[in-house]
Design a protein around this ligand. Structure first.
Ligand code: PXP
Length: 261
């Protein structure tokens, strides 16, 4: 494929399977199986699988991580808090990538980005230990210049930009607010790429909100979970992921002026 300078790289879809485990855990037992969902996601066009092993194990379990590592062929993006316990699990499991997120026990989901600036004493060593074992390290951050610069300073490979505030604005429907959040994400994506960081994005994305983020040329991966698993109740997992994949490809093609298939 010939690539000109305005052609953005391929946009990868990471499917977060946490909430398959949420449903399984509501009744105990083994159904529905998140590993089966991961295998189906691969068939449907996902490029990676994301799973968050939370400190309270509310959804994904240690055994799920072991099984994902042995049963799936797609790269695993292991979301984790910056704790010694998670570091040991990552060093033992050796996923393709680790995405470091803030974690509070009482939160319903990851609520804000990692405050990389305030962790500048601790993070460089934490990041280096993961990278030393061949894992790529991603930091989940708000679209904020100082957090992006701090992420480059601690030698992360990747920043994942928090799209939650944009998606909340989209639910509220105030166009000026929506556009302000999109502009913030677009500026941060450019800033991060200029700082030498690979740019990912995610949180709260849906069929309705994915276009604006997928069209940002610096973004190379989106991680999407809750909407896909919820929507799969109505449309089936294969078709829901296929539709998201198609919307992402269309947005990327329109941003680069290429015809979409
Ligand atoms: N990226 C990160 C770092 C997250 O913590 C989450 C939620 O687990 C996601 C992406 C996916 O968000 P959602 O489930 O809202 O699509």
């Amino acid at each position: 494929m010939s690539v000109n300078s305005s052609t953005a790289p391929f946009l990868r879809l990471g499917v977060n399977i946490d909430h398959v485990a949420t449903i399984r855990n509501a009744r105990g037992g083994s159904h529905p199986d998140p590993v089966r969902a991961a295998l189906l996601a691969a068939e449907a066009g996902a490029d990676g699988i994301t799973a968050h092993l939370r400190e309270d194990r509310r959804h994904i379990s240690d055994d799920d991580i072991t099984r994902l590592m042995s049963e799936i062929t797609l790269p695993l993006n292991f979301e984790m808090a910056v704790t010694d316990e998670m570091l040991q699990i990552a060093l033992k499991s050796r996923p393709n990538a680790c995405c470091l997120v803030p974690e509070r026990r009482q939160e319903l989901t990851t609520e804000g980005g990692l405050d990389v600036r305030s962790m500048s004493n601790h993070l460089p060593d934490f990041v280096a230990r993961l990278k030393g074992e061949g894992m790529r390290v991603s930091l989940f951050v708000d679209p904020d210049d100082e957090q992006i610069e701090a992420s480059a300073r601690v030698r992360a490979d990747i920043v994942e930009l928090h799209t939650g505030p944009y998606c909340h604005a989209a639910i509220d429907g105030n166009q000026a607010h929506i556009q302000a959040e999109i502009d913030k994400l677009a500026r941060s994506a450019q800033h991060a790429a200029q700082a030498g960081l690979e740019v990912h994005a995610g949180h709260g994305l849906t069929f309705d909100t994915v276009h604006a983020v997928a069209a940002m040329p610096e973004v190379v991966e989106l991680n999407i979970g809750h909407f896909l698993i919820g929507e799969a109740i109505f449309g089936g997992l294969h078709s829901t992921i296929g539709r998201m994949r198609a919307l992402m490809d269309k947005a990327r093609a329109s941003a680069t002026g290429q015809a979409s298939a």
